[in-house]
Write a protein that binds this ligand. Structure first.
Ligand code: SF4
Length: 457
């Protein structure tokens, strides 16, 4: 896998040092010893991939890190990245029985990381049955967590899987879109390499964007899995906007002196791949979701003196998790509530002026407050207002039903209305956590294997 496009410089590491440092060996054992090993553990039920949490923690306590990692990987092949990016407060740790006793929950994410880091350090490959012992061949379109989980599960069970990714590196948001202080792009690529060693084939830099391309895949493969994620972020659609398409490493990303408009995913991908090393002046991020916060924090760490987050609703309505909001405040991000951009102008010196109005609720709708216009002088505007699915490609897929911009699938199997197509991850759930995408990909793989088994009988 060509990782030359990824930066390995000290400046990036210093600016984006990990948010949660790893546990030391001793601290991990002490923490693991606190676990009550609940029967019918609520943490396992709360994890979308149903990792045997007490099982892997017990192995850490007894010093069996390899066994612990294998227990995690059995349920979740992306256990390493999930350990870093899962919102554990609302998943496994949020369900820990300790919280009912007003005690600190077991630090499941950090323990999971401890086991996975040790496994990686050992250089061992994930055990698998002989690849290619089944006839089933599956193409997974999109190289993000859903496709990776689907492909890995198929190969672990003897089928053949090929991941087709339009960018130069697989990993999807794990490689390009998660803030560096949570998950380094290099760690995402290392995890993908582990999956490749299971026998998964990767075709990167290949765009599937036409009926002809789909027909070619249908001719080559038995089943197609759609792990498309979400498409490019939505534009602000206001006068003066200078949006650009989402780009990847080695492509035409803005350099450190770029000015104008760059969406949140572009900004995150740009610094993670070394194409953006510094920002100055004032940055305005439009939106208040988790990706918006990642972009705002990144802007601060890249050197922007002032970073505002502009949101058309109030604090209580923002979609970002509480801990993300607190983190942004600690980073020095300032919030402008009930404010909406209406135009972008440039002054005589070329500096941006973001024109805004105050908005309020009226009869269930947002309306501009009279005489509330204001303008913010800034150097960069970062739209972060959600992502739109790849509608155009999906329209070409026969028998596939779309609802509210998402692909409709059977909840148990991930199968679409077209029996040769399965789907999972953000393009089905509308954009949830990495661990949800992993669960969706794995579920679809198991269903495909079952269908293939029935057909063979
Ligand atoms: S994958 Fe995420 S939700 Fe599941 S146990 Fe690990 S950290 Fe918790």
């Amino acid at each position: 896998m060509n990782t030359a496009a990824l930066p390995h410089d000290e400046q990036l590491q210093a600016r984006f040092g990990e948010l949660k440092p790893a546990l030391t060996a001793q601290a991990a054992v002490i923490e693991a010893d606190r676990c009550l090993n609940c029967f019918d553990a609520p943490c396992t039920a709360a994890c979308p991939t149903h990792i045997d949490v007490p099982g892997f923690i017990k192995r850490i306590a007894s010093g069996n890190l390899r066994g612990s990692a294998l227990r995690i990987l059995d349920a979740n092949i992306l256990g390493a990245s999930c350990a870093r990016v899962c919102p554990v407060d609302v998943l496994c740790e949020g369900a820990c029985v300790m919280t009912r006793q007003n005690r600190k929950p077991i630090q499941i994410g950090l323990l999971q990381r401890r086991a996975m880091d040790a496994f990686w350090a050992s250089g061992e490959a994930v055990p698998t049955s002989a690849p290619g012992t089944r006839k089933l061949r599956v193409a997974c379109i999109g190289g993000g967590p859903a496709s990776l989980a689907c492909a890995a599960e198929l190969c672990r069970n003897g089928a053949r899987a090929t991941v087709i990714e339009r960018r130069m590196l697989p990993g999807g948001l794990n490689t390009y879109g998660v803030a560096e202080y949570k998950l380094r792009a290099a760690d995402s690529v290392r995890e993908v390499e582990m999956i490749r060693r299971l026998g998964v084939e990767f075709r990167c830099g290949v765009e599937v964007d036409s009926a002809a391309a789909l027909e070619a895949l249908e001719a080559e493969f038995d089943v197609i899995f759609l792990g498309l994620g979400l498409g490019a972020m939505q534009r602000l659609n206001i006068p003066g906007e200078d949006g650009r398409g989402e780009k990847g490493p080695g492509e035409d990303l803005p350099g450190e002196d770029a000015k104008g408009v760059m969406n949140a995913l572009e900004l995150i991908a740009a610094y993670k791949t070394g194409h953006l090393r510094e920002l100055q002046g004032t940055v305005v991020v439009v939106g208040a979701g988790n990706t918006a916060i990642d972009a705002a924090n990144a802007a601060r760490r890249l050197g922007a003196e002032k970073v505002y987050m502009l949101y058309r609703r109030g604090e209580s309505e923002m979609s970002a998790f509480e801990f993300e909001y607190e983190h942004a405040k600690q980073e020095g991000v300032q919030f402008l509530w009930h404010s909406q951009p209406v135009a972008i102008q440039r002054d005589e010196r070329g500096r941006l002026l973001l024109e805004t109005v105050q908005v309020r609720q009226a009869s269930g709708k947002l309306e501009a407050v009279p005489d509330s216009q204001a303008s913010i002088a800034c150097d960069l505007v970062v739209p972060a207002i959600g992502q739109s699915p790849l509608m155009e490609l999906l329209k070409q897929m026969r028998g596939i039903e779309m609802r509210d911009g998402k692909i409709v699938t059977d909840r148990q199997t991930g199968q679409t209305g077209n029996s040769r197509y399965f789907a999972g991850g953000d393009c089905v759930n509308g954009g949830r956590e990495v661990v949800d995408a992993v669960a969706g990909g794995k579920r679809a793989a198991l269903a495909m294997l079952k269908v293939a088994e029935v057909a063979r009988a």
